[in-house]
Write a protein that binds this ligand. Structure first.
Ligand code: HEC
Ligand code: HEC
Length: 267
């Protein structure tokens, strides 16, 4: 009996080795080549989008935390060039990371191109915007906040209330399709998380996933017109004026060494 215990582990090891040798030639075991798809060899738009973008911009470009990219109006305005630059280099000072290897990301230039062309092919409708006068995607103009408030009332108040804090339930019929009023768009904490470009892009493109119109059709009825580039600058200026100096930290006045959201110490 004693010797039997000594031999057993050896036999067990041998048997295990045989099983392992056998398994690679079992039917259904993937062939060597199929096992290795290097990350840079992924050139399928849907896979690349899913792996790199959907976590923030939502599945199929909608209903994510960041701006919906599956939006024909938005894509018509941003155009391939800006789309490529932002995907490759990210947006400095925001949560949008760079993806090109040359900018510290993980994707090749070819993969960036697959993403750009894929978004345009699957989610844009160039024919619908062929004759439209498009507002510029970006703007350096400061905008006039006082004028912006007027434009906000004309274009946005039916869903967001005249002061941007939302339509009160008592205000009667809400034009928001799902019946619920959106959250405040002048909340300093919300505004701390989004750049002016993000606000601008949202105003221009609307949100097809939330039945929010694009720049052409906010103002309806008598005086109906597409928002002008000036009005867009002004509304962004008015929204941005609600940003607080120490965003997200209403308690910061009482605790002198709490770091602010920008990493700087609050005095
Ligand atoms: C970690 C979250 C995150 C991931 C992942 C991400 N994005 Fe973004 N993206 C953002 C945020 C947040 C913004 C808005 C930044 C701002 O301006 O405040 C943004 C902005 C953008 C914009 C510009 C939006 C505008 O205002 O015009 C584009 C285009 C874009 N992302 C494309 C992509 C693509 C393509 C991918 C995948 C390759 C991707 N993003 C992955 C968070 C992300
Ligand atoms: C038809 C109703 C409607 C109109 C008109 C409208 N919005 Fe909105 N807005 C919404 C809804 C719905 C949401 C999504 C709310 C949510 O996600 O909680 C939203 C969200 C937003 C947000 C938050 C960002 C986001 O992506 O959720 C901002 C900022 C905003 N709107 C600004 C504006 C501005 C500025 C105008 C006028 C130019 C405007 N909206 C016009 C319904 C509208």
């Amino acid at each position: 009996m004693k010797s039997c215990f000594k031999v057993f582990p050896v036999l067990a090891l041998g048997a295990a080795a045989l099983v392992c040798l056998g398994c690679k030639s079992m039917p259904g075991y993937p062939k060597q080549e199929a096992e290795v798809v290097r990350p840079e060899e992924v050139l399928d738009f849907t896979t690349l989008y899913q792996q790199n973008c959907s976590g923030c911009h939502g599945d199929h470009g909608r209903n994510g935390a960041a701006l919906p990219l599956n939006n024909p109006a938005y894509l018509a305005v941003i155009g391939a060039g800006n789309l490529r630059t932002i995907t490759a280099k990210g947006m400095h000072g925001t949560l949008m990371p760079p993806f090109a290897r040359s900018a510290g990301g993980t994707l090749t230039d070819q993969q960036i191109e697959v993403l750009v062309q894929g978004m345009l092919r699957e989610w844009s409708k160039p024919a619908e915007f062929a004759g439209a006068v498009l507002p510029p995607y970006a703007s350096n103009a400061a905008g006039n906040a006082a004028e912006g408030q007027k434009a906000f009332v004309a274009a946005c108040s039916r869903c967001h209330g005249a002061d941007g804090t939302g339509v009160k339930p008592t205000a009667g019929t809400s034009p928001v399709q799902n019946g619920a009023s959106p959250d405040s768009v002048v909340d300093p904490t919300y505004l701390a998380l989004v750049s002016n470009q993000s606000l601008r892009s949202l105003i221009i493109g609307g949100r097809p996933d939330e039945n929010v119109p694009d720049w052409r059709s906010y103002i309806t009825g008598p005086g109906a017109h597409a928002l002008t580039p000036q009005e867009i600058d002004d509304i962004v200026a008015w929204l941005a004026a609600h940003r607080a100096p120490a965003p997200g930290e209403p308690m910061s006045n009482t605790s002198s060494n709490t770091p602010s959201a920008t990493g700087k110490e609050i005095k």
